[in-house]
Design a protein around this ligand. Sequence first.
Ligand SMILES: Nc1ncnc2c1ncn2[C@@H]1O[C@H](COP(=O)(O)OP(=O)(O)O)[C@@H](O)[C@H]1O
Ligand SMILES: Nc1ncnc2c1ncn2[C@@H]1O[C@H](COP(=O)(O)OP(=O)(O)O)[C@@H](O)[C@H]1O
Ligand SMILES: [Zn+2]
Lengths: 238, 238
Amino acid sequence: MRFDIKHVIAVMSGKGGVGKSSITALLAVGARKQGFSSGVLDADITGPSIPKMFGLKKYDHGQRFAPAESSLGIKIMSLNLLLLNEDDPVIWRGPLIGRAVGQFWGDVDWGDLDYLFIDLPPGTADAPLTVMQTIPLDGLVIVSSPQGLAVMVVKKALKMARSMNVPVLGLVENMSYFACPQCQAKVEIFGSLKGEKVARATGVPYLGNLPLDPNLAGCCDSGRIESYNSDLFLKLLN
Amino acid sequence: MRFDIKHVIAVMSGKGGVGKSSITALLAVGARKQGFSSGVLDADITGPSIPKMFGLKKYDHGQRFAPAESSLGIKIMSLNLLLLNEDDPVIWRGPLIGRAVGQFWGDVDWGDLDYLFIDLPPGTADAPLTVMQTIPLDGLVIVSSPQGLAVMVVKKALKMARSMNVPVLGLVENMSYFACPQCQAKVEIFGSLKGEKVARATGVPYLGNLPLDPNLAGCCDSGRIESYNSDLFLKLLN
Ligand SMILES: Nc1ncnc2c1ncn2[C@@H]1O[C@H](COP(=O)(O)OP(=O)(O)O)[C@@H](O)[C@H]1O
Ligand SMILES: Nc1ncnc2c1ncn2[C@@H]1O[C@H](COP(=O)(O)OP(=O)(O)O)[C@@H](O)[C@H]1O
Ligand SMILES: [Zn+2]
């Protein structure tokens, strides 16, 4: 390896739309705000949403294949940064996806980093498989939401991690409830919280939960994820 | 073809978690309640959630490879019905996924059906590609949510459909707002509605929107999607 990356953590969620990419971004931002150097490798090849969260568009990576940099100095590499238009579809079959992920790890000039977070695509197909087989991971963070369906797919992700001998560092439950801005009523839109129970039943550290927060959705949509404060990274660190 | 399937409609979403599987299930239920025979082919091989929504577990498909049947008589085929445990991960690479989808279309004994709905996995990789290349589709329904990210991936899905010459029958915007059960305040948690604007800008019929409804999440989790009433199928029919 040409450079030194101290910790590599992959973020996985068996099921799409539970907020996995947002959590990956918040972890990288949290690490940066604690004074660590951090980066994000967006391995969600056919649904890359990381660059948009950081307000990054197409850029010129130059000869050295350098990653893009966010305003706080977080290094980011994603297929969406290399497309002509961010809404061009990536119609790739499995083997091409595996190869692109390998290149993001091996060919990008990341430089020395304290933390590199890898945003895995939902499910348990090519990209998660390639990442777990080829990249030396410290471990995985699994993101779930209270939906019964998501708990089932979290268990699929846990079983995959176990079969690939990758440690699971923690479980985060996202979109866990909504607090009405008018009358402060707390509504569990996607059902009662299950994260703590699933974490205890599977022996995985529970990193806590995040509510449904229009502010977070707003920051993601407007490319300002770095202005959203979250203590998630600190919880992972401990 | 050994049997007669009058209409085949694939449901796609470019991004996971926007409610694509729930919408596919609601369309099949809507068709059934209008007196049509209907079925669901769950092509979301590594994240199959359709059987759970209908309360179906592992069953014996017998020699003829017959699909499972819901309480209303909707025919359903999904990889999760063939797994030993519903929380076993399917760790398959692209080519295997493409082949499984082909077998669900060619080898399952669907019988005569008025409508077959195909639940595509999120993204634009193997399964959507195989389905659009090998199955004679009437067209696609695209599901989005107000999140800016989802609109970007909807445009990716639209471009893919156009490049494969598959007509787009309609756009549904899901999780569009939340009405507080206490004080009736309407909160657009994922941002302002964009579906109608995107539909107009891309020339796709707008099929309307669905609010965030804890009832729908509850029906999905408890396997009772058939008891949730929605006029979505009627809007598609017109
Ligand atoms: N706790 C939350 N509250 C409100 N919106 C959220 C929350 N977590 C994620 N989102 C929004 O939901 C959308 C989906 O999140 P994303 O991180 O892309 O999910 P995934 O990577 O699991 O598909 C994003 O637009 C994001 O802004
Ligand atoms: N309008 C809605 N209101 C509340 N919950 C919803 C709504 N649409 C979908 N859900 C829930 O969100 C979860 C994700 O939906 P799903 O259909 O599996 O999404 P996708 O197929 O796009 O990944 C399911 O548990 C479902 O119950
Ligand atoms: Zn209220």
